[in-house]
Every structure is written in C-alpha cells, then in structure tokens.
Design a protein around this ligand. Structure first.
Ligand SMILES: NC(=O)c1ccc[n+]([C@@H]2O[C@H](COP(=O)([O-])OP(=O)(O)OC[C@H]3O[C@@H](n4cnc5c(N)ncnc54)[C@H](O)[C@@H]3O)[C@@H](O)[C@H]2O)c1
Length: 251
C-alpha cells in the first residue's frame, strides 16, 4: 500500500474512473475532480470499496483557473500533499469542422489543452515546494497523431497536449517531476458509446485493432499506475500508446 495522493481530473466516469480504480487497488488516496460533483462523490465512495486508503469528490471545471486553484487547495487541505496528477478531463464534440462554431473550437481547446496547463502548473508548484518529486500523466489520444473531419478541434487539442506534456517534462525534470502521456486507442466509455451502439461500427473498428477487442478504462489505468511508480522514474517526456496496436496498422 503506497498511499500516493493522486488527483484524477474527469475522474467521475469512463477512463478517469478506470484510472482511479487502478490507483485505488494500490491503496492510493484519491481526489476525483470533475464537473459533476454528485458523480465525483459517488465515484470517490466506490473507489474506497476498490481499496483506496481514502477518496474525495471535488467539483472542478479544469478550464476555469480559479476552480483548479480551489481544487488543488482542497486536495492539499485534506491529504497534505500531492504526488500524482492525471490530466484526464476532456471533451470530444465530434462536429464536422465546416459546421463547427468558433465557440465549440474554443471550448475544446479550453478544456482539453488549457485545462491541463492550469492543473499541471498549479499542482507542480505544490510538488516543487514539497521537494521530493512527483508525477504528471496526460491523457492524450490516437488523435495526437491522426485526425479526421469531425476531430479537427479534438486533434488540435490532443496534438497540442502532447507538446505541452513534452514542454512540462523539460521544465520539471530537474525537480524530480516526470511528465508523460498515455494515448488511449478506442476505449468503451460514455464518450464513445454512440459508436459501439451500432453493431456494424463495432465490428469494423475491432478489425482495426490487432488484439481484437475494444479497450477498457482499466487498460489505461494500468499504464498510469506504471508511469506513476518508482520504477518509471527515468521515463520522462514520452507518449505510451495503449491502443491494442491500432496505430501500428498501416492498411
Ligand atoms: N474513450 C475513448 O475512446 C478515448 C480515446 C482516446 C482518448 N480519450 C480521452 O480520455 C479522456 C476521458 O475520456 P472518456 O472517454 O472517459 O470521456 P467521458 O466523457 O466518458 O468522461 C469524461 C469525464 O470528464 C468530465 N469533464 C468533462 N469536462 C470537464 C471539465 N471541463 N472539467 C472537469 N471535468 C470534466 C466529465 O464530467 C466526465 O466525468 C479524455 O481526455 C478523452 O479525450 C478517450
């Protein structure tokens, strides 16, 4: 039981909850930071049943700087420190670019990219003050490298997030704080459920993944736990693809 203090943004459901579950099994103390306070509090209670030493739900819109400051203050007030930040909160409006409003474009960048900037900068200041290192994991996507007509905003945000991760890695390494990305492939969550509701889509997409299945939120959580472990201390500034081999396929 390591009792790391771990903040997971967007941790109330989907991949964020899977990440929380994997840290809970290691005995972590968890902060579930999400737009939806009720869902975050329920998720925190459930994480205790998975082995979390403790867990709290906190309402936080990562795109609003003052809310991120308040969320980090709360985490420190309750648990005394921060060991790990997982920048997971994200949105994917899935609107064709030629129909997209500037407001939607801006919202995607505000949540997916600027939200991670706020969380990382504020949490890292705390980690630096603690003086014993830390870990930041950014949840990017296949879309950090490949995109499509309805993912122009999303791809731009995730490609930017990959570079923000690398830049923070160069800035924070000297403090013993590593920054890495986990790039999920196709994972079954409320964000993507509309794909999997259609049997023809599910069958098509499964043929694109060499391991032959859709990913689970916990597939992503296991990678985050590894990157947050002492064994990963010399891994800094990289993306770990967790996509069943999807991006390796060239046909
Ligand atoms: N599901 C996939 O196939 C997939 C693939 C690649 C990357 N991702 C990435 O993984 C992350 C999680 O995706 P998911 O599929 O679990 O999505 P989801 O929509 O199922 O869950 C996202 C969670 O984030 C919260 N959230 C949204 N906006 C927020 C904000 N401004 N501040 C705080 N919390 C906010 C939501 O309330 C929700 O609890 C996202 O960054 C997404 O881009 C998902």
């Amino acid at each position: 039981m390591n009792e790391q203090v771990v903040i997971v943004t967007g941790g109330a459901r989907g991949i964020g909850f899977g990440i929380g579950t994997c840290f809970a099994r290691k005995g972590a103390r968890l902060v579930v930071a999400d737009l939806d306070l009720d869902a975050a509090s329920k998720a925190a209670n459930e994480l205790k049943t998975h082995g979390a030493a403790d867990a709290i739900g906190v309402r936080c819109d990562v795109s609003v700087r003052s809310e991120v400051e308040a969320m980090i203050e709360r985490a420190v007030a309750v648990f005394g420190r921060i060991d790990v930040l997982v920048n997971n909160a994200g949105i994917c409006p899935f609107i064709e670019v030629m129909d997209m409003t500037p407001e939607t474009w801006q919202q995607t960048l505000d949540v997916n990219l600027t939200g991670a900037f706020h969380c990382t900068q504020i949490a890292a200041r705390r980690m630096i003050a603690q003086g014993d290192g830390g870990r930041v994991v950014f949840i990017t996507s296949l879309a950090e490298n490949v995109t499509g007509p309805a993912q122009v905003d999303y791809g731009a945000s995730k490609g930017g997030l990959r570079m923000a991760m690398a830049g923070f890695a160069t800035a924070l390494g000297k403090h013993g704080i590593t920054c890495n990305a986990v790039a999920p492939g196709m994972i079954l969550t409320p964000m993507t459920a509309f794909h999997w509701d259609k049997p023809e889509n599910a069958a098509f997409l499964k043929t694109r993944v060499p391991v032959g299945r859709i990913g689970t939120p916990e597939d992503i959580g296991h990678a985050c736990v590894f990157l947050a472990s002492p064994e990963a201390a010399y891994i800094n500034g990289v993306t770990l693809r967790v996509d069943g081999g999807h991006q390796a396929v060239c046909y």
